[in-house]
Every structure is written in C-alpha cells, then in structure tokens.
Design a protein around this ligand. Structure first.
Ligand code: ADP
Length: 192
C-alpha cells in the first residue's frame, strides 16, 4: 500500500491534481472538504455542525474530521493506497492519521506540497467562486481567513512530516499538465 498526502494552502490545486492522480494510479481519493460538503448536502448532524465553521473560513474541530476520515479509511479495506487531500490540516490530525495507518500496517509514503504564491491563491479562489457554488470562495474576507488558518495551524503539518523526511515541494504554478508531471515523477521515483 502506498499512501500520499497532497498538501498545500486553499487554492493550491489539490482538488484538480487529485482527480488526475487517482485516475493514473488508482488511489482512493479522500478529500475532507468533499466529505464535509456531502455531509452538509445530506443535512446530517455532522454536516450541520461543520457548516458553522466552514462558512466562517475556520477549521472544523479535529475530533469531527478525524472520526470522519477514520470511517472512510475503514470503509475501503481493499484500497491499494489512499490519496489524502485537505487532510491532515493540524498536527493533531497528522498524529491521528499516523496511528490509524499504523494499525493497518501502513503509513504515509510521501507528502507532496504544492507551492503557490499568496496573490495567485486569492485570484484562483475568487475565480473558482464564480462557478463552484461554494460560498466560502466568493467572499474575500472568508478567503483571507482560510489562508490565515493555513498559516496558523496547517503549515505545522509540513514540519511534522519533515522530521520523517517525507516532504517534497512541487511548484504549483504553471500549467496543470506541468504540475501533474512534476507530481507523477515524485510518485514514480518512490514506487519503483
Ligand atoms: P480549500 O482547501 O480550498 O479550502 P477544502 O474543500 O479542502 O477547500 O476545505 C473547505 C473547508 O472545509 C475548510 O475551509 C475547512 O473549514 C473545512 N475542512 C476541510 N478539511 C478540513 C480538515 N482536515 N480539518 C478541519 N477543517 C477542514
């Protein structure tokens, strides 16, 4: 089993690249953002709770997200590998993920971190807001709050995995194809 974390700030292209990576490598895609939006759409208690945080651009509490990922992993016992997108977003989530994977005798193979400048992030998110139907993409204040959460809580996740020498930075600006090729070459190097 080979598991990947696709890491980077909001708007760095994790969703776009994940779609292509799962097609090429057959990973099971686990995006906490997508899972949370599906809970909201189904108006589950978890979704109703999560929505209050997401609408403000704040992170959803660790316990909620960790429980959700834990069942998602359990629901796919035959996966040949997981691609985690938007998770972990705090050090506590990273530790929980490591424990979860350890219990399944596996771990994280590599953390691919997309590097994108802040002005480009805001531009992309506002642009996405025109068509995505995501309310957290239409308001510049909420976008800033999401980027601030990233700096305050999520960038520590990269430091956490650096101690295990698992982090590789990939330039997240350029064409979608160029970025995809760069990600694939990092994955291929580790799979072979
Ligand atoms: P983006 O990375 O563009 O912000 P996501 O779809 O990954 O988009 O996340 C949208 C929102 O969902 C976040 O702003 C946050 O409120 C919530 N969220 C997603 N993943 C997590 C997580 N791992 N921990 C806490 N909150 C999360």
């Amino acid at each position: 089993m080979f598991n990947i974390i696709l890491f980077g700030p909001p708007g760095s292209g994790k969703g776009t690249q994940s779609e292509r990576l799962i097609l090429k490598y057959g990973f099971k895609h686990l995006s906490t953002g997508d899972l949370l939006r599906s809970e909201i759409a189904r108006q589950t208690p978890l979704g109703i709770e999560a929505r209050n945080f997401m609408d403000k651009g704040h992170l959803v509490p660790d316990e909620v997200v960790i429980g959700m990922i834990s069942s998602a992993v359990d629901n796919h016992p035959d996966a040949k590998g997981f691609l985690f997108d938007g998770f972990p977003r705090t050090e506590k989530q990273a530790e929980a993920l490591d424990n979860l994977l350890k219990m399944k005798n596996t771990g994280i193979g590599v953390v691919l971190a997309l590097d994108v400048s802040e002005s480009e992030l805001v531009k992309r998110l506002l642009n996405r807001g025109l068509t995505s139907g995501r309310s957290d993409d239409t308001n510049e204040e909420i976008i800033s709050s999401r980027i601030a959460e990233y700096h305050k809580k999520t960038s520590a996740v990269a430091d956490y995995y650096k101690q295990f020498d698992k982090v590789v930075y990939v330039k997240g600006e350029g064409s979608v194809d160029q970025i995809f090729d760069a990600l694939c070459s990092e994955i291929d190097r580790r799979l072979s």
